[in-house]
Ligand binder design. Structure first.
Ligand code: NAD
Length: 400
């Protein structure tokens, strides 16, 4: 019997991506998998049912989609109504973010599901092709720069025209990880003059390699796995002074600063926004973990003294075709690795990539940190949604 992979349509509002694109369907079929795709699943990302059929997938309505499913591939964490339909014992692969909604984790566990969280794949060279945090952060950074160029009242490039010379815009990027570097590169290509700041000294070389000026406070806050740690109170003060000095000159600020498992660091308090030039724009890419600007509102554009502060959610859905293509490739390589090329579902629990991403093994919680979180949050009373405050997320925000 071939291993059956099922791809539902994403039900999360404003989510336009699809987990698997037709090209990855053909690749899975070549490995001997069977692929069932929900009718209309690719519509938001502009992949038609016909393209899926031509690639060899079978289409099914939601009512019969999960029949005999071995593996379910998703983008967003499943909603309750989806979990209710997942067959007991099946394997779910996608962004799960258990720390944002404990009840969801409990329900998945009760269903005896095996869950792999794409946000927990280790950032090691061997797993680069499966790194969905990076692929989706790339989309976020690119789109944030374009959005800023659209919203600012100034040109990005220098222009020499008969009507005079226009100075290029100054773009300040706070947080120079994957999203930040892509934002820098995109703003540079549009002709802006870019400065960037990060707390990891390693970011200096990367920022300079894409042509921007690196700003430093002299603080070194590199933690395990190449991630940043939270700053001390004294370090935060130094940081605020430096950001305040540079933000006054900026026409555009793109913020992507993030610390795993913590609320996003607040780099731009209200008073700093008041010191900015009217007509300038802040794009807060860290909105899902609470935002880097204290005026950011999820899903909204706030205007304060002529400064626009954009807390757009689901940026990846604005580029749904390519975001889906990239995510789909990450999933393909992960499924290929998990199943040893389509041969088995009896995966190697000692493998570093699989063990770190494995959240639930047939309903059993695999990591001590997740277990203690579950036990410290007893089941919600009826009507409670099990959500934790913004920022209680482990891992990055690339999936949202
Ligand atoms: P992230 O989303 O966790 O954070 C974004 C950036 O915010 C990081 O660069 C971080 O240093 C920065 N930051 C945190 N607190 C800050 C503060 N107070 N002020 C300013 N900046 C702050 O990061 P990411 O993009 O997921 O990348 C994390 C790390 O993983 C990086 O070192 C990156 O190079 C590395 N990485 C490695 C691989 C690989 O080897 N396969 C792949 C992708 C990323």
């Amino acid at each position: 019997m071939p291993i059956r992979v099922v791809v539902p349509k994403e039900l999360t509002p404003k989510e336009a991506r699809v987990a698997l694109v037709p090209d990855s369907v053909s690749r899975l079929l070549k490995l001997g998998f069977e692929v069932v795709v929900e009718t209309g699943a690719g519509r938001g990302a502009h992949f038609s049912d016909e393209q899926y059929q031509n690639a060899g997938a079978r289409l099914a309505p939601a009512s019969s989609l999960y029949q005999d499913a071995d593996i379910i591939l998703k983008v967003q964490p499943p909603l309750d109504e989806e979990i209710d339909r997942f067959p007991s014992g099946s394997i779910l692969i996608g962004f799960i973010h258990p720390y944002r909604n404990i009840e969801r984790l409990r329900r998945l566990s009760q269903k005896k599901l095996t869950c792999f969280a794409m946000e927990s794949i280790p950032r090691i060279t061997r797993a680069q092709s499966m790194d969905a945090l990076s692929s989706q952060a790339t989309v976020n950074g690119y789109k944030a720069a374009l959005l800023a160029a659209n919203l600012t009242t100034r040109f990005f490039p220098m222009l020499t025209t008969a009507a005079g010379t226009i100075r290029p815009s100054k773009v300040l990027v706070l947080g120079a990880g994957v999203a930040g570097l892509q934002a820098i590169a995109t703003a540079q290509r549009l002709g802006a003059v870019v400065e960037a700041y990060d707390v990891r000294p390693a970011a200096k070389e990367e920022v300079e390699s894409v042509g921007a000026k690196f700003l430093s406070t002299g603080v070194s806050a590199e933690s395990t796995g190449g991630y940043a740690r939270e700053l001390t109170a004294e370090e935060k003060t130094k940081e605020q002074e430096m950001v305040a000095e540079h933000i006054r000159q900026a026409d555009v600020v793109i913020t992507t600063a993030h610390v795993p498992g913590r609320p996003a660091p607040k780099l731009i308090p209200e008073e700093m926004v008041d010191g900015m030039k009217p007509g300038s724009v802040i794009i807060d890419v860290s909105v899902d973990s609470g935002g880097n600007c204290s005026l950011t509102r999820p899903g909204e554009m706030v205007e304060r003294n002529g400064v626009k502060i954009v807390g757009i959610e689901h940026l990846t859905s604005e580029l749904s075709t390519h975001a889906s293509e990239m995510y789909s490739k990450n999933l393909f390589y992960f499924v290929n690795h998990l199943s040893q090329g389509g041969k088995t579902l009896d995966f190697d629990r000692k493998d570093e990539i699989l063990s770190e991403a494995l959240l639930l093994d047939q309903g059993e919680v695999c990591h001590e940190s997740t277990r203690s979180l579950l036990s410290s949050h007893p089941p919600s009373p009826p009507g409670g949604d099990g959500r934790l405050p913004a920022g209680g997320a482990a891992g990055g925000e690339g999936g949202s």
